[in-house]
Design a protein around this ligand. Structure first.
Ligand code: NA7
Length: 531
């Protein structure tokens, strides 16, 4: 059976749900297809112990409805996963969104029909949906990456992924646990696992820079200060580089003395906490001296927090500067290595050779384990899109167009794929920003675009190849002026063997980007052809 709607949305996370709401408000019929058994996207899947957002709750939430932002009460400065998921469900119920979300529905293909100018979307169960517009709200970090360790299947105990944690939870009490991966997920899970396990072995390939969150319960005063000024603060946040009020310093770090910088880093580390550390100076990731100073500052902090100098040394990143890989935010991560039941295993110098029936064998040691936890990351930014068989005009496949790396126009459109929109796609600021605000901006832009097409009796909009090439070159150019492409991060796809190395997020800043895309719309969708 073929169902017809105005807009098909793939994914029911923050992006897909707001797309449903906004487009429904605009009078369209919308169907959201979601692979999971419930809504929430990233926050549905990533329910590992310690999972928490590292953007403040008062900001990491929808801004489109003042009523909703006034109603919801956050319990902590940084919300944990269950609270964020509860919030998403609250919003969905409040706006009656769930009736247009089809759960347990994995999209396997999407094909553009040039004659009817419609997208035909197929699900794993063989259902077909047709709509003039297709919005891919598939998430930037939604396809887990589990390395193909030799012997992976031999291990007799359970192997859990942080990105797909059992919903009933896992009791690690008395267990010997091996945690592989020390990115944001591994760093958040470590202290909680250590408190439960009889012994925790943390297998680290690359040490990370991590800043204390200084998380605390939400105070009435703090909440009030936000709620009293929500509209103004949200507006101010949208004028920043990352759609977040982070107390960003405006004076370049290279223009101040080393002592002054040191004091500012110290203030951010001990009094503010979290990602704000990266916003001490606008040139934190572009000026080598400022970057080196900040990196060394964090290394010194690690040295002071970790009692065993050898362990401390191993936890200190040394071959890339701070910000090169996504900054991590933690609660007592480094201190956890002072516990007698925690061992850091440096798999850079002693690589994992294989998993065995009873644990992990590195080149020179064997570890007996009851449980293995994979916190090994994601096929970021492009993974979810490339797993759907997407065919545009003239039978061109997205996977082929992107064989050398993703190419988009303003992060939302791909030449050759008319009427398909990406939410927080590659070459948009996405993961460098408050994602909730960024998805709102994308959805609003897309909804306005669809309204424009309707008003002007156009059936199709497509990015031109020239505009796309210009945008990709511009995005690459911005990245090349920073030190960020140098590190082997998921920003450049370095964590996926064989993935083309291209710096995927747009680094021009959220405010500049927002002005740019508004201008594109104002100029009658410059860079697009309308048919
Ligand atoms: P990340 O940040 O990609 O971290 C994955 C971790 O897994 C990282 O420490 C990797 O080491 C490690 N890893 C990956 N493959 C291997 C292999 N083959 N062997 C050993 N170790 C490996 O994912 P997260 O889930 O922690 O965080 C993702 C984002 O979510 C985060 O940036 C925030 O935006 C929220 P590596 O560094 O590659 O040497």
């Amino acid at each position: 059976m073929t169902a017809k709607v105005d807009v098909i949305v793939v994914g029911a996370g923050f992006g897909g749900l707001y797309a449903l709401h906004r487009l429904r408000q605009d009078g369209y019929s919308v169907k959201v297809l979601e692979a999971a058994e419930s809504i929430g996207g990233t926050w549905y899947w990533n329910r590992y112990p310690g999972a928490r957002c590292d953007v403040e709750s008062m900001q990491y939430s929808y801004s489109f409805s003042n009523e909703i932002q006034q109603e919801w009460k956050w319990s902590e400065l940084y919300a944990a996963q269950p609270e964020i998921l509860a919030y998403i469900n609250f919003v969905a119920d409040r706006l009656d969104l769930k009736r247009d979300v089809q759960l347990n529905t994995r999209v396997v293909s999407a094909r553009f029909d040039e004659t009817s100018s419609t997208w035909e979307v197929r699900t794993e169960a063989g259902e077909v949906l047709v709509a003039p517009y297709c919005i891919m709200a598939t998430g930037c970090l939604s396809i887990p990456m589990v390395p193909d360790f030799p012997g992976l299947k031999d291990f007799k105990g359970p192997v859990y992924r942080t990105s797909d944690w059992p919903h009933e939870g896992v009791d690690m009490t008395g267990k010997r646990v091996g945690l592989i991966g020390t990115g944001s997920s591994g760093i958040q899970a470590t202290p909680i696992l250590a408190a439960q396990a009889s012994h925790l072995y943390v297998f680290q390939r690359t040490p990370n820079y991590s800043i204390p969150a200084l998380n605390r319960p939400m105070t009435r005063e703090y909440e009030r200060s936000w709620k009293d000024e929500y509209p103004e603060r949200r507006l101010a946040a949208r004028k920043t580089r990352n759609n977040t009020l982070n107390m960003a310093g405006s004076k370049p770090g290279r223009d101040v003395s080393r002592d002054e910088r040191e004091a500012e880093f110290e203030r951010r580390w001990t009094q503010i906490g979290g990602i704000s550390f990266m916003y001490a100076y606008p040139d934190m990731t572009s000026d080598p001296e400022v970057n080196a100073h900040a990196s060394e500052f964090v290394r010194r902090k690690i040295g002071a927090l970790v009692h065993d100098p050898d362990v401390a040394e191993k936890l200190m990143p040394s071959d890339y500067g701070i910000g090169g890989k996504r900054i991590c935010v933690d609660t007592a991560y480094f201190e956890t290595f002072n516990r007698s039941n925690v061992t850091l295993v440096d798999i850079r110098s002693d690589p994992i050779e294989r998993l065995t029936a009873t644990g992990v064998k590195t080149k020179s040691q064997s570890f007996e384990l009851d449980v293995i936890v994979m916190a090994t990351g994601f096929d970021a930014m492009t993974g979810a899109l490339k797993r759907i068989d997407i065919t545009g005009r003239a039978g061109v496949k997205l996977a082929d167009r992107w064989a050398e790396g993703p190419k988009t126009y303003i992060g939302m459109a791909v030449a050759g794929f008319p009427n398909m929109f990406l939410i927080t796609g590659p070459q948009s600021p996405s993961v460098f920003t408050n994602m909730v605000t960024s998805v709102e901006q994308h959805v609003d832009w897309i909804a306005d675009c669809i309204a424009h097409l309707k008003t002007n009796r156009r059936k199709a909009i497509e990015a031109t190849a020239e505009a796309e090439a210009r945008w990709v070159a511009h995005s690459n150019d911005l990245a090349s002026k920073t030190m960020m492409p140098n590190a082997n991060s998921w920003y450049v796809g370095a964590n996926i063997p064989g993935k083309p190395r291209i710096f995927m997020p747009y680094l021009g800043g959220a405010a500049v980007y927002q002005d740019y895309i508004a201008d594109v719309a104002r100029k009658n969708y410059e860079g697009f052809s309308l048919a």
